[in-house]
Design a protein around this ligand. Structure first.
Ligand SMILES: [Zn+2]
Ligand SMILES: [Zn+2]
Length: 574
């Protein structure tokens, strides 16, 4: 088990104890230990070898013993014991906004609610309001939240940020052996779609059967669904299905193209092939009259043979890309290497893990010319938001660092809360002293569409504001987009020259592809930021770039592709 797995189990333990109504200190102890393990720099297995588990803050003797048990056996007895006393799908209920483990327990013990469907039913039949302390209002909130949770349709789909790292982990394992020469991730992951149903892998091997055998017995494999000569299908840790198809060299491009999809794109491609006298399949083109089979080792060759410009995977949705490719009008899409700086970065002044200096040096190592340190404002109390006084110190600290660090400019910013009434968390006098003002909605997210739209519009009308961060507020599995009128918000952004963010955090991807496309079509400028809270999260930029590419976005649609000098000019930074 690694650090995050140990932490996750301890968090689950705390949640179950809370569900059971156990001693609150005991619950807090598990949570604290879990949090500190999550943030450990070192591998917990190595600490254990050195017999230093006790040095982790919050890990006393009792929890230490449980960690050891976990590292040896993958679980611990107390956990298994309590787990058997709790309904299996209770997690679904705890995940509903506004319901914690305690409420879940109340609903379970009073009404026998065990899963999301049961919760919905109980709310619709007005049984929840009859529980002492719950009431009509609470019931209404639960009903809305439960419906949202169901409507989100994420059941059976995985966020890209979950699926892609697993696909990469499996690809690497397969390449570590000698049987497989090349592995490519295909399917919707390769198109950077924000949620995916399963993982599609394509590989090259001279011994397909043996390679499939290796695939079906790999670590973390939970169940084999299919094992053929050239195809295998398994359920991998985390309950995600992984399909592997193997070919020899000649048809690799055709196979990759076929399994990259999308279905809609491929349907249109087959029509084009037919009009030229060919049948298109995963094996390449087949001459309709002579039945001669023409396999392609690269996708480029296959598109070319069909008279089309090469179409990047992210565009393959039948959103006009085939027509554009016929006229050789596929644009040059933005790439990770076009990014010159990150305009949404947190430090340990608010809820980040690293100092401003560490963040700046990491960004410099990436070749960035600038970063905007945008720590949270005072209202974000859980995120240790900065009071006005601390923000002034923050500005001074950045001035000081800019004098001693060369090769990168640290911009002094904020991620200022847009308060429920549309005013901002800092005064105009204070905002004026900052280089870049990023604004965002964090609290009171349940407002109705009219109120929320007006709230954001008011913020965008403020002359000191530059960027609206994570505009819709969605978080995979946790929160749907705010109820809001995006047309109106975009009209305002355009009118006042404000920038909309594509937030690259794999939990968010916000704006999503469709909204990003809508913004681009209207001529609104975008910023692709990571919203990083630690050094590693700078790497999340690829998710934002993937989303932007799906929206046909080019480098010049995005402000943080500008050189330092030009972005300063654009935003009026001295
Ligand atoms: Zn935020
Ligand atoms: Zn942020």
């Amino acid at each position: 088990m690694d650090n995050s797995e140990v932490a996750k189990r301890l968090f689950e333990m705390a949640e179950m104890l809370e569900f059971k109504g156990e001693n609150v200190f005991k619950i807090k102890a598990y949570q604290k230990a879990a949090r500190n393990i999550e943030e450990l720099e070192e591998d917990i297995n190595i600490l254990r070898q050195r017999d230093e588990l006790g040095t982790i803050s919050g890990v006393g003797e009792a929890i230490e013993a449980k960690i050891k048990e976990m590292l040896d056996t993958g679980t611990f007895k107390a956990f298994e014991e309590i787990r058997h006393t709790i309904p299996q799908d209770i997690e679904e209920i705890i995940a509903v906004q506004g319901i914690g483990p305690k409420t879940a327990h109340l609903l379970y013990s009073k009404l026998g609610v065990k899963d999301l469907q049961g919760l919905l039913k109980a709310a619709e039949e007005h049984r929840i309001r009859r529980i002492p302390g719950m009431g009509v209002k609470t019931e209404e909130h639960i009903l809305i939240a439960a419906k949202r949770q169901l409507a989100e349709g994420n059941i059976g789909r995985f966020p890209l940020g979950v699926a892609l790292p697993i696909a990469e982990e499996i690809s690497k394992k397969l390449l570590d052996g000698i049987l497989i020469r090349e592995v490519r991730i295909a399917g919707s992951i390769r198109r950077w779609k924000d949620t995916v149903g399963d993982i599609d892998l394509i590989a090259r091997s001279d011994e397909p059967e043996k390679a499939i055998e290796v695939f079906t017995v790999m670590d973390n494999m939970q169940e084999v669904l299919e094992k053929g000569n050239t195809k295998g299908s398994i359920i991998y840790k985390g309950n995600i299905q992984v399909d592997l198809r193997i070919v020899k060299d000649d048809a690799f491009g055709s196979l990759l193209q076929h399994f990259t999809g999308s279905k809609e794109h491929n349907v249109k491609l087959r029509q084009i092939a037919l009009s030229k006298g060919f049948h298109l399949s995963e094996y390449g083109l087949k001459n309709a009259t002579t039945a001669e089979q023409i396999p392609f080792s690269t996708e480029h060759e296959q598109y070319e043979r069909l008279g089309l410009q090469f179409i990047p995977p992210e565009l393959r949705e039948d959103w006009g890309e085939i027509e554009a490719a016929m006229e050789k009008k596929i644009p040059r899409l933005i790439e990770v290497s076009d990014i010159k700086g990150d305009l949404h970065v947190h430090s340990n002044w608010s809820d980040g893990h690293n100092s401003i200096e560490e963040m700046a040096l990491a960004a410099k190592a990436l070749g960035y010319q600038y970063i905007n340190i945008s720590d949270h404002s005072a209202s974000s109390k859980i995120a240790n938001g900065l009071s006005e006084k601390r923000l002034l110190d923050h500005i001074k600290e950045i001035e000081r660092l800019n004098e001693c660090i060369e090769g990168i400019r640290i911009l002094s910013g904020t991620e200022c809360d847009i308060l429920p009434d549309g005013t901002l968390d800092y005064s105009d006098e204070l905002l004026e002293q900052l280089d870049i003002v990023v604004v965002a909605v964090h609290g009171s997210v349940e407002q109705d569409s009219k109120t929320m739209t007006q709230r954001i519009v008011s913020a965008l009308e403020n002359e000191h504001v530059h960027i609206l961060a994570h505009p819709t507020g969605r978080k995979f599995g946790k929160r749907l987009p705010f109820a809001m009128n995006m047309e109106k918000i975009m009209d305002t952004a355009l009118e006042y020259g404000k920038v909309l963010e594509i937030n690259s955090s794999p939990q968010r991807l916000d704006l999503n592809d469709k909204f990003a496309m809508m913004a681009r079509e209207r001529g609104i400028k975008l910023a692709i930021n990571t919203d990083t809270h630690s050094l590693e999260q700078f790497g999340n930029i690829r998710y934002g770039i993937g989303t932007a590419r799906r929206a046909w976005i080019a480098s010049n649609d995005v402000i943080n592709t500008l050189h330092l000098k030009d972005i300063c000019k654009l935003l009026g930074i001295s």
